[in-house]
Design a binder for this molecule. Sequence first.
Ligand SMILES: *[C@@H]1O[C@H](CO)[C@@H](O)[C@H](O)[C@H]1NC(C)=O
Ligand SMILES: [Zn+2]
Length: 400
Amino acid sequence: MSCARLGLSLLLLAALGWAEDERGSEDSAHPKREGPGHSHWSYADKAQWQSSFPDCGGQRQSPIDIDTNSTVFGHELQPIVLAGYNLDPSERLSLRNNGHTVVLKLPGSLTIASGYSQEYRAKQLHLHWGSPEGPGSEHTVDGRRYDGELHMVYYNPSYRSFEEAMRQPGGLAVLAAFLQVGPEDNVHYQPLLEQLPEVQEEGKETTVAGFNIKGLLPSNLSRYYRYSGSLTTPPCFQTVNWTVFNQTVLLSQKQILLLESTLQGDDDEALQNNFRLTQSLHGRKVLASFQAAISARQAPLPGDGSPPLTPTPDGATKRSTDRAPRAGAGCSPCADSEKQLGFSLQTAHVLAGLFGVLFAVTALTFLIYVHKQRSQNRRPASQSKPNVSYTAASMDEQTL
Ligand SMILES: *[C@@H]1O[C@H](CO)[C@@H](O)[C@H](O)[C@H]1NC(C)=O
Ligand SMILES: [Zn+2]
């Protein structure tokens, strides 16, 4: 019975998703005041990015949800090898609040020496985070959003500049790592975090003494996911070779809170939830450098992606890791028990299924009706306001 119900719920969800898609394209049909390439964008109006930046509506967009059961083992995916990351304190790096994130400029001497079919040179790193109310990674794994995400951005040095490389296929690479609350301070993040108050306002810039940049990444650089995608902010160019590490990076609750509550973006508002929603794969494959089936049986490493064990001091559902809907909760319980059930139960099963189908058809008809009504009564004034603030991650997921 639960299988039939699950199937029907999925059908309904699909129908709802379809209705949302239609609404989205309706919205984008309205001309915007701002022309193409306009540089003012915000996370509050991310549904409208594509009207000013057409690539944001493309078929190879990032971030994505990584469904670990659908990844394909890529035996050619060698461990990531980094060179030149232990910077001398005499080297000063620029740190800037650009209104969307905090960016640390990196010298081109930092390279990815191995792990890709070509060498890449560093350009900058930045972070994505949520708020004290919810997590804020950009990628999700099996529907789960992590507290934050580090992006180290690289370009292919066979192009003259980063700006040229970002427009070319294979021009960019990003190393991504999930940030997660752990039991203690992460000393590697301290040089960066302690400078955040210096760049509180949008546009502010300071310098940071060189430190070991590699320490910001997980220690295990051999377990990762690889796929082709895009910049996760406008102009959303689809030129990024993504690496998303399987091992997470642990920061203390205090450090994550500092990240979530120090910076300001537009209009002096707190800079929070600076993540884009996950985008459809549109048939893309996600490769894994490791075989999940084997590793799943191994004892979990610290920070390997298991839920944080430490309870949050300020309580509540704050670091709840189950906010995001989990896909594929599965039909296995019914498959196991069905064999023992008698004929009458089978009949009940069929009847329940029939009623379910009837309900689904009615609901679908209703949705189609509502959609038609909406299309007929297009009111320009009824557009969703760009100022809506998205706080709860779970709410965001449903707008997809
Ligand atoms: C790491 O891989 C394991 C095994 O596939 C998976 O269960 C876990 O969710 C992954 N975590 C991340 C952050 O990728
Ligand atoms: Zn990013």
